[in-house]
Design a protein around this ligand. Structure first.
Ligand code: SIN
Length: 300
């Protein structure tokens, strides 16, 4: 019998453990619908803020041999407009679990955004963007900051709460503990790592914002380590450089319940979801294992 790879995550039922990570194709209804139809188990939107944000000027993305460096500047149309877009997703694929990523430059602002999110099955706090002043790491990089942020948002929504953590800390476990204590249901690890590349002809940083967030295979071992350290605190979504079924299983064996796919969508296209699902199924089949038996297997 073919092993099932459905998972349950904070009350959400996913047909497979592969979640579109925030920021990748998550800003229009048509793109989200395409990703679900291509085989994702759930969808995370691009981070939405209270007011529209234009984002940085180009260049905002640099392709590197080992991943991507991006600094878009959290561009989004603002929550009111964005919710209309998300209603269109729900009309097209009502069964798709939708996780709405919310951001802001203070705990109150993030909570305000979360409080009006009336579409989707869960809310994800972006507590970890590494390069937008006042946002992300600046309000989520210590246990005290993340505790206050999650507490405020927890009071503003009854939806399951995912919290995306930064790896830019000496102790991600204490961030996870503070988030869970304040009401997080799921930890998402990790966001990108603040980084820079320089154009030696122009003698200046390539990105218009100078700094960006590094994603892709370069950060996968960092993400695997973070998942390993967090996965006894709460269900974890492991994100960071997953491109193949082996990479996904690595996250799962480190203790992840589900796996975020981001940069690989750029590199391999939408087929990546189906390719990884099939690879996981074949692996389980060949070993006579269930997915549950593999979660955290490397920890015992
Ligand atoms: C961006 O929009 O610049 C990236 C968002 C993030 O890293 O959270």
């Amino acid at each position: 019998m073919t092993p099932g790879i459905e998972v349950e995550l904070a009350g959400l039922r996913l047909r497979n453990p592969l979640i579109l990570a925030s920021g990748i194709m998550g800003n229009t209804a048509s793109a989200l619908v395409r990703v679900y139809r291509a085989g994702a188990g759930a969808l995370t939107t691009k981070t939405v803020t209270k007011e529209p944000v234009e984002g940085y000027r180009n260049p905002v993305v640099v392709e590197l041999p080992f991943g991507l460096l991006n600094a878009m500047g959290l561009p989004n149309p603002g929550v009111d407009y964005f919710l209309e877009e998300l209603r269109a997703v729900k009309r097209e694929v009502p069964e798709a679990p939708l996780i709405v990523s919310v951001g802001g430059n203070s705990p109150d602002e993030v909570a305000d955004v979360a409080s009006v999110v009336d579409v989707g099955e869960a809310v994800e706090i972006n507590a970890s963007c590494p390069h937008v002043s006042g946002h992300g790491v600046e309000i989520g990089s210590t246990p005290e900051l993340i505790g206050e942020l999650v507490r405020k948002v927890r009071e503003s929504t009854s939806k399951p709460l995912f919290v995306k953590l930064t790896p830019m800390t000496h102790d991600i476990r204490s961030l996870g503990e503070a988030a869970v204590e304040a009401g997080a249901d799921v930890l998402v690890a990790i966001n990108t790592i603040r980084a820079m590349v320089i154009d030696v002809e122009a003698m200046k940083p390539v990105l218009s914002n100078k700094f960006g967030g590094l994603s892709g295979p370069a950060i996968r071992p960092v993400a695997v380590r973070a998942v390993y350290e967090l996965s006894d605190l709460a269900p974890v979504v492991g994100v960071g450089g997953v491109e193949t079924w082996r990479d996904a299983l690595e996250m799962i064996m480190a203790g992840a319940t589900a796996v975020g796919i981001g940069t690989a969508v750029y590199k391999k296209g939408l087929n990546v979801f189906e390719e990884i699902s099939q690879g996981i199924i074949k692996y389980l089949e060949s070993r006579g294992l269930t997915l549950k038996e593999v979660v955290g297997a490397a920890k015992s």
